[in-house]
Design a protein around this ligand. Structure first.
Ligand code: AMP
Ligand code: ZN
Ligand code: FE
Ligand code: FE
Length: 283
């Protein structure tokens, strides 16, 4: 059983349609996937339809933007009710905050002397519900300023680069509560990659598990090196959390994140399924 539970489509900042994601998953021999677009569930129904045709089980999923001490932290949600009102309302607010920051990023880029407009970004994200820095990066590629998203991030867009702008999102414990309230399971995404490592120290993860019912942690991820995976794996075992592994596939938007590059063990998937069923969700 091959299970990959963290995948993006062009409903957020991936480059494949939800159907194309499932076609690629079938070609790779994956049995179970979750489509986890940023702050939206809009692609899931299309992916599930394709999954029924192609024999791939598609779990309802998303990757929520959240905050810990002002630092952006990503939280994966699985098996939740895609019509839950509280969750949908919060996601709409986050998407609005993402939209509102685009002109501020563009302004910073203009201040750096680049000829880029909000329309250039909009043209790279037609009918995309969740706008993000990758779409700004795509506009910079299209304008010939950089060669690829990676270069756009390292020169302009990453958290410590000159055109960085943050956005409002729920606090992490509140986001866990929203996912649980919608019947789902909550899994910390790539916690020890990039900036989130500094706010998600061991005592913090321990508290999230004990006080807020965090269900699992994405341990096996491209942005965690072997030593990080070993340490995080020990922590997860000690706390009785579920160990998730996944690709964080973004199509050609992140060329090193191959579909199925990291997988979730069937026993871990069964544990997730049990938690979701206990909360009234569906896997
Ligand atoms: P945002 O959601 O606007 O904060 O942008 C962050 C997203 O950009 C992440 O979730 C990744 O999907 C993507 N990202 C981060 N770094 C890179 C990079 N170096 N190249 C391509 N995509 C990236
Ligand atoms: Zn992404
Ligand atoms: Fe993420
Ligand atoms: Fe992701």
């Amino acid at each position: 059983m091959k299970i990959d539970l963290h995948i993006h489509s062009r409903v957020s900042d991936g480059t494949d349609s939800p159907t194309a994601v499932v076609v690629a998953a079938a070609q790779r021999g994956l049995d179970v996937i979750a489509l986890t677009d940023h702050d939206t569930l809009d692609g899931v129904a299309e992916a599930q339809e394709a999954g029924r045709r192609l024999g791939v089980r598609v779990v309802v999923g998303l990757e929520m933007s959240t905050h810990v001490d002002g630092v952006q932290v990503h939280l994966l949600g699985y098996g939740l009710n895609p019509r839950n009102r509280n969750l949908l309302a919060e996601l709409a607010l986050t998407r609005q905050a993402r939209l509102a920051r685009v002109p501020r990023i563009v302004q910073k880029l203009q201040d750096l002397g680049l000829k880029i407009t909000v329309e250039d970004v909009a043209a790279r994200a037609v009918a995309v519900p969740t706008l993000g820095r990758p779409h700004v990066a795509d506009a910079l590629v299209h304008l010939g300023v950089v060669r690829n998203r990676d270069e756009a991030f390292s020169r302009f867009l990453s958290d410590d680069a000159p055109a960085y702008v943050g956005y409002e999102a729920p606090a992490l414990p509140d986001a866990i509560g929203l996912i649980h309230g919608a019947g789902g399971a909550a899994v910390l995404a790539h916690p020890w990659a990039r900036a989130s490592r500094h706010v998600l120290d061991t005592p913090t993860i321990e508290r999230l598990a004990r006080e807020h019912g965090l269900d699992g942690v994405e341990v096996d991820h491209q942005d965690h090196d072997d030593a990080t995976r070993e340490l995080l794996g020990e922590l997860v075992d000690r706390l009785g959390l579920i160990r998730v592994g996944s690709s964080d596939y973004h199509g050609i938007g992140k060329p090193r994140h191959h579909l199925g590059a990291h997988l979730t063990a069937p026993s871990a998937f069964a544990a997730l399924t049990a938690r979701v069923r206990a909360r009234g969700g569906t896997m």
